[in-house]
Design a protein around this ligand. Structure first.
Ligand code: FMN
Length: 190
């Protein structure tokens, strides 16, 4: 079975992104996948201050390896000011270039207080992942007005959204599995 890593896309303490990530992790484990969660709360922001692009920063290398040592990545993305959180862009700007996302299957889950469930943020991130040659998984889930349709105890309480999440989890697991051998062949990533 593939290894699926879930990236919680904000450093905000107590975020819904991390709660949703933990819920999704359990769903992937129920399908038999090996999983890990990486939260941007743990991103070593202080070590990149001053624009140290292109230099080897041990804490950043360690963080990035946790995200990239995987067969498939799920990004859980909140909407901040009509986009994704700035820390998520910092994370991307300090990834190894060009190969970090090369042929990596990536699925996207949006969650927001607003009515569009982070659709804008997810689509903006899909453009970036596409630029970096990831394999974009076409099913996406948007948790609209997230605090009304999701909680840690009951999971997703909106029936259609719950069905869409179940479909994403099932199909992304097999999508990732089908791509494993190709990614494994790429030297330096696996
Ligand atoms: C800096 C900031 C900007 C935000 N901008 C938006 C926004 O543009 N649209 C929206 O629907 N919600 C916005 N929100 C609310 C988040 O969607 C809400 O906090 C939700 O719980 C998801 O974020 P979280 O994962 O940090 O909890 C914003 C929250 C923060 C902290």
């Amino acid at each position: 079975m593939p290894k699926i890593t879930i990236l919680s896309g904000t450093d905000r303490p107590g975020s819904m992104a991390l709660k949703v990530s933990k819920f999704v992790q359990k769903q992937f484990e129920d399908k038999g996948a090996e999983t890990d969660i990486v939260s941007l709360e743990d991103y070593p922001l202080q070590d990149v201050a001053g624009g140290k692009y292109g230099t080897e920063i041990p804490s950043v290398i360690k963080f990035n390896e946790r995200v990239l040592d995987t067969d498939g990545l799920v990004m859980v993305i909140p909407e901040y000011n009509g986009s994704f959180p700035g820390v998520l862009k910092v994370f991307i700007d300090y990834l190894p270039f060009p190969d970090a996302f090369e042929k990596l299957p990536i699925a996207f889950i949006g969650e927001a207080a607003g009515a569009f469930g982070s659709l804008r943020s997810v689509e903006q991130m899909q453009m970036i992942a596409n630029y970096r040659n990831a394999y974009l998984f076409p099913e996406r889930v948007f948790l609209q007005r997230v605090s009304t349709i999701f909680n840690e105890e009951n999971g997703i309480t909106h029936e259609m959204t719950a069905q869409l999440m179940d479909s994403l989890v099932t199909n992304f697991t097999s999508f990732t599995e089908r791509n494993m051998s190709e990614r494994e062949r790429k030297a330096g990533i696996k």
